[in-house]
Design a protein around this ligand. Structure first.
Ligand code: IMP
Ligand code: MG
Length: 189
């Protein structure tokens, strides 16, 4: 049964703006890692569109791996309890690792992941996020690369979802506020 989404999405950053920003990030990352091989760790599901576009613009050698995590809470708020649903295939030991996420919000998911990955002995570990929402940070985390700083709104598109919808939007948008609130359940990536 198909139930059409009731939410309205407003555009925040258009497709062309996103494309140019991803190009800039890739150029910066390529310059910073010149002469090295990068291991990109994408966090699923939210990062897949961003990872796909970003890695195709990198000029350094790159290996790509993914990790699926889910955080328990409502569909729009994280609890900080993170579960690794599918772990990485690649060992991180002595590798230059770049963790790629769709959005840094409270920072709880990222804090958990950084602690977890750091214990695997990478040569270096940096963070690249498509979007940073600093207004809602609960733990101090400074991402090394940020695509866009976004306002305190629920953003969707370019991989980011609202209850699994809108990941395929080619632009970054936000959900128009209304009074319905979120339903309880598992929020996967
Ligand atoms: P955090 O732990 O609060 O930093 O957020 C963890 C995850 O929640 C992010 O990686 C996203 O998958 C999701 N998330 C947080 N804010 C948003 C949003 O505005 N739109 C879509 N997903 C979000
Ligand atoms: Mg995510």
């Amino acid at each position: 049964m198909f139930i059409p989404p009731r939410e309205t999405v407003r555009e925040l950053h258009g497709e062309e703006v996103v494309r140019r920003r991803v190009e800039e990030l890739a150029a910066q990352i390529s310059a910073d890692y010149a002469g090295r091989e990068l291991l990109v760790v994408g966090i699923l599901k939210g990062s897949w569109v961003f990872v796909a576009d970003l890695v195709r613009r990198l000029t350094v050698p790159v290996i790509i791996d993914f990790m699926t995590v889910s955080s328990y809470g409502t569909s729009t708020r994280t609890s900080g309890v993170v579960k690794i649903v599918t772990d990485l295939k690649c060992p991180l030991e002595r590798r230059d690792v770049l963790l790629v996420e769709d959005i840094l919000d409270s920072g709880l998911t990222m804090r958990y992941l950084l602690d977890n990955l750091e214990r695997r002995g990478p040569a270096s570990l940096k963070v690249c996020v498509l979007m940073d929402k600093p207004a809602r940070r609960k733990v101090q985390i400074r991402p090394d690369y940020v695509g866009f700083e976004v306002p305190d709104k629920f953003v969707v598109g370019y991989g980011a979802d609202f209850a699994e919808r809108f990941r395929n939007l080619p632009f970054i948008g936000y959900i128009e506020e209304d009074d319905r609130g979120g339903e309880n359940g598992t929020n996967q990536g």
